[in-house]
Design a protein around this ligand. Sequence first.
Ligand SMILES: Cc1cc2nc3c(=O)[nH]c(=O)nc-3n(C[C@H](O)[C@H](O)[C@H](O)COP(=O)(O)OP(=O)(O)OC[C@H]3O[C@@H](n4cnc5c(N)ncnc54)[C@H](O)[C@@H]3O)c2cc1C
Length: 423
Amino acid sequence: MSRQADADYDVLVAGGGAGGIGAALGAAKAGAKVCLVEKYGFLGGAATNAQVLAYCGFFQQGNEPIQAVGGAGEQVLGALRKLGVGAEPYHSETTGNWIVLLDPERLKVALDRLCAEHGIDVMLHTRLAAVSRTASRVEAATLAGMDGRSQVGAEAYVDASGDANMALVAGLPFRVGDEEKHLQAGTMPMRVGGLNPSVKIDREAIKAAVAAYNARGNDPIHRNDGGIYTRVPGSGDFWWLIIDREMTDLSSRTFTRAEQRAREMALALVDILREQVPGFENAWLAQTGPQIGIRESRHPAARYEITHEDVVEGRLREDGIARGAWPIELHKEAGKPLYEKIGARGYFHVPLDAVRARGLDNVWYGGRVIGADSLAYGSIRVMGTAFATGEAAGTAAALSARSGRAPAADQVREALTAQGAII
Ligand SMILES: Cc1cc2nc3c(=O)[nH]c(=O)nc-3n(C[C@H](O)[C@H](O)[C@H](O)COP(=O)(O)OP(=O)(O)OC[C@H]3O[C@@H](n4cnc5c(N)ncnc54)[C@H](O)[C@@H]3O)c2cc1C
């Protein structure tokens, strides 16, 4: 379906997280020849590279699980179920939110299989390093992989890199952090093995362990409530979000220091858990990382920026191509999250222009890089929503590759609906 005989692919997607998987599946289902490049040796994005072990955004907040994301996201849940992961909505009585708990190893395989079933050319260990462009289009991408550098051409491109790395190398404008250039805190999730399976975890004892850790003069932990934790399905490991690090910028040096400190903190914390929390007598630090979880980085300029009002008013639109259903969740200060509900029906529409790059005609955005102000970003960044925005971006990219021009919103909506997406 390529317009130019010499293009290698119709659509090239950078980043294999929820946004990139959504984009690759959406483009493939719309008939495109798709290449998906991912810098790590596995797919899944933050779910597998930072142990973010729960999908948020698939369901609206409330007493019943009303599904807000279908299509590619639903296919991923189906692929997980085939591998024996329940992938059923789990309700938090305190927040009213619904999440889907994950098993990262089975998720990696589920995503490999789904991409293979859809004929997607996946290139792992491959980083999008540069692009060549004209005034209005990206012409080719330079990929840096295990075998050195290579150049591939595509008709359309999706930046689903989370950090807007394609926009960065293409020289597109972007904002770092919020309107005051302040980045949300990063968090190093950790997994602790060796728990006694018959002991119920006592939150008061966890809180006391964190207080003891702080009293010993370690880098302070600000989550005095004991943080967020659960037992990982299958292993029964203790999965814990407790270590936050302020990120002052996006340099390799800042990342390195944050990760080095977080690893030290994790080891020290587990020592204290072992000493004083019932059930943790034989606990060990099973894993941190592979990288610190990044909530926020670059926001490239899109043709529309979803606003705080769009979210809290639950605004619906004729050019909507996806639903956002997760309440605004902000981590401006480490350990002190703020929440705000979505109004009206409990979801809002993401318009097509929010997934379209400003400044280049054949570049689309999927996942947390889509256009949003700093408050709306607190909602759209979750992985359930990222599948949906990614699928819309990939589908629009495929339609544009076929016709040579950007599709109208109703064409994208029609294609997405045929693909099982919920709009
Ligand atoms: C601590 C923490 C807790 C969170 N909790 C939750 C939660 O419970 N539930 C939830 O749904 N969301 C949660 N989030 C938010 C969510 O994880 C992210 O916003 C989401 O993963 C965004 O998806 P994405 O696909 O846009 O980006 P990512 O998941 O970051 O995926 C981007 C992918 O692009 C790859 N990549 C980057 N640059 C390049 C390049 N140049 N070339 C090739 N590949 C590249 C990366 O390796 C990565 O795989 C949390 C985030 C953090 C940090």
